[in-house]
Design a protein around this ligand. Sequence first.
Ligand SMILES: Nc1ncnc2c1ncn2[C@@H]1O[C@H](COP(=O)(O)OP(=O)(O)O)[C@@H](O)[C@H]1O
Ligand SMILES: [Mg+2]
Length: 248
Amino acid sequence: MYQVRNNGGIFFTLLLPFPTLCYYMRMIQFEEVSKRYGKSFYALRDVTFHIAEEEFVFITGPSGSGKTTILKLLIAEEKPTKGRVTFYSLNVHNLRRSDIPRYRQKLGVVFQDYRLIPDKTVRENISFVMEMLGAKDSEINENVRNVLNIVRLKGKEKRYPHQLSGGEQQRLAIARAIVNEPDILLVDEPTASLDKENSELVLDILKKIHELGTTVLLFTHEHIKLPHTRVIKVDNGSITHDSHSHKQ
Ligand SMILES: Nc1ncnc2c1ncn2[C@@H]1O[C@H](COP(=O)(O)OP(=O)(O)O)[C@@H](O)[C@H]1O
Ligand SMILES: [Mg+2]
């Protein structure tokens, strides 16, 4: 069931020595990461940042600044030319090819083009991943019901993606990304093709998912203002601003 997580408990946390504690909290680290495409074009140059557990972070910047490249490095769809990407203590780019699917199960990803399966219904698009992993029917039913509630798509289970509005397709992609209870949800340009009302609904849903205990990383070229939310700005392949840089 999709519910608030218990990340080890306060007593366990207090028993850890301070340096270990900092390390424990760091979920993602980019250390001087550069990514070159082709012979000489750098999409990212010496990018360093950390994301702690349970953060909600906007990664913003103009189109072409390198946001999706950060996402692709994180999910091991691309390899860095230089530097290191770690997920907890795992060096993402040292993973064997056969270990990558298991690593990706820890991440929920919503791609900009959604990547929904056109000939599967809403329900099947969501349950598919759990079925592939051999989950029990009762567990699948419960999780699907829960995520449909979270993304407010109850009653639309039997529709196909082409029978949904843009906003509903976006919410279906989010439901599919969270059904397996990932540690972190990565969302690429969730509001790019939505009107104001649907954008606000999607942001509300992402905030709710965060409140339920999932770390959320939202990549966007838009200027979305959410109070008390960390913003990392990327421009031309470099980080130009991090509103919570003390966390590094
Ligand atoms: N596979 C690729 N081959 C060559 N250049 C690429 C590739 N992917 C992205 N780029 C280039 O890298 C830069 C950053 O792209 P991207 O990370 O997609 O930016 P953003 O998501 O911020 O719009 C852009 O100039 C883009 O054209
Ligand atoms: Mg992009």
